[in-house]
Ligand binder design. Structure first.
Ligand code: C2E
Ligand code: CA
Ligand code: CA
Ligand code: CA
Length: 371
């Protein structure tokens, strides 16, 4: 990553005139301050130049690297008359650019900061969520389609924070990822999930496998192998009962380190699933290189199968392909009997979804199993 930042900084330096101030704010954030007598056109030309230059791919160890840039612009004195306000508003505009898909720039407009302020507040409170005991795990049953037996659970994180009105997982997990907090939060999830499965086993519930979602950042930055090994050791959970769910985005650059981590995890004996299959990238070549145990069909495909023949064809092809790579298939988001029937006919191995149960807290899950 250091080399990526350095290359980015060099390219920026080449775009920026000498009399402007260029600063590296940390990680992947940079700031340029133009002198106070230039007009907005100057900022537009500069922003376009930066986007153009950084968009060019570059190569590290024979790997092609592509970077997306999002730029936010704030102007003195229209958007503020002190540096702190101007930077906050430039950041608000930057998020606007990013949410619009990146590779673009935005000028600050009133109203943009509400979003950034909430985001900052979520990030600040996330820092204390573990010590304040605000996280809870929910468990969603995964059911074997051929015999309707419970096979395991997927663990889904919930955050109870009244002040912020309990942000949804999609929202706070994205922020945890962007801020790097996901590394520690993810470890907490891993530890807690393994312990819970052992507690259930000791209280007489059937043996369950447990699937935990792992973000790209945990995989790359978080000595994931040690953390998984330690969660297994401390809980006593047998490795083959733990499943790690990762998404294809992680594999797109196909770095050698990712392959090493992948095989180190497999050597521990844990299983690895490919989550949200079908929503990411077109290249399937990584299926050959990464021996996934499980493929999870994204719920957007499942959603359509009782309305569209094309979706059935697609799901059918995905299942056949996964089986030919010796992977088991889980369909997620199964909500009705018709979807289940189609999936069963097409030899899908397992399902999860509201048809069986939404994610439940630990007590309710135990009751669900005994029902
Ligand atoms: P995901 O991994 O794709 O998880 C499945 C999502 O589908 C969950 O949303 C679940 O509640 C929802 N779902 C389950 N069955 C159905 C159904 O029948 N219909 C519909 N419409 N939805 C269903 P949730 O809990 O809001 O989590 C959202 C995402 O947040 C997850 O998507 C996952 O990417 C992420 N996430 C959750 N917990 C963790 C965690 O501990 N670590 C990490 N890294 N990510 C997590
Ligand atoms: Ca950033
Ligand atoms: Ca998942
Ligand atoms: Ca999923």
């Amino acid at each position: 990553l250091d080399r990526v930042f350095r290359e980015t900084a060099d390219r920026l330096r080449a775009c920026v005139r000498e009399e402007y101030l260029l600063a590296h704010l940390g990680s992947d954030e940079f700031m340029v301050m133009l002198s106070n007598d230039v007009c907005a056109d100057e900022a537009t030309i500069l922003a376009e130049g930066i986007l153009e230059r950084i968009r060019q791919p570059f190569y590290i160890d024979n790997h092609e690297i592509n970077i997306t840039t999002s730029i936010g612009v704030s102007q003195y004195p229209d958007n503020g008359d002190d540096a702190a306000t101007l930077m906050r508003r430039a950041e608000a505009a930057m998020f606007e650019a990013k949410n619009g898909g990146g590779n673009r720039f935005c000028f600050y407009q009133t109203g943009m900061s509400g979003f950034v302020e909430r985001r900052l507040e979520i990030e600040n409170q996330l820092r204390h969520a573990i010590e304040r005991d605000e996280f809870k795990l929910h468990y969603q049953p995964v059911v074997d389609l051929q015999n309707n037996q419970l096979r395991g659970v997927e663990v889904l994180l919930r955050w109870h924070n009244n002040e912020l009105r309990n942000p949804r997982p999609d929202t706070f997990i994205k922020i945890a990822e962007e801020s790097g907090l996901i590394v520690d939060i993810g470890s907490w999830v891993l530890e807690r999930a393994c312990q819970q499965i052992m507690e259930w086993r000791n209280s007489g519930l059937p043996e369950l496998s447990v699937a935990v979602n792992i973000s790209a950042r945990q995989f790359i930055e978080g000595d994931i192998v040690e953390r998984v090994a330690s969660a297994l050791k401390r809980s006593g959970l047998p490795a083959h009962q733990l499943e790690l769910e990762i998404t294809e985005g992680l594999l797109i650059n196909d770095a050698p380190t990712i392959r090493e981590i992948f095989s180190a995890l497999k050597n521990l004996g844990v299983r690895v699933s490919l989550d949200d299959f079908g929503t990411g990238y077109a290249s399937l070549s990584y299926l050959k290189r990464y021996p996934f145990d499980v493929l999870k069909i994204d719920r957007s495909f499942v959603h359509d199968i009782n309305e569209s023949e094309d979706s059935v064809t697609l799901v059918n092809a995905i299942i056949a392909m996964a089986h030919s790579f010796n992977m088991k298939v889980i369909a997620e988001g199964v909500e009705n009997l018709q979807q289940r029937r189609i999936l069963r006919e097409r030899q899908c191995d397992m399902v999860q979804g509201y048809l069986y149960s939404p994610p439940l807290n630990a007590d309710n899950f135990a009751d669900w199993v005994k029902r």
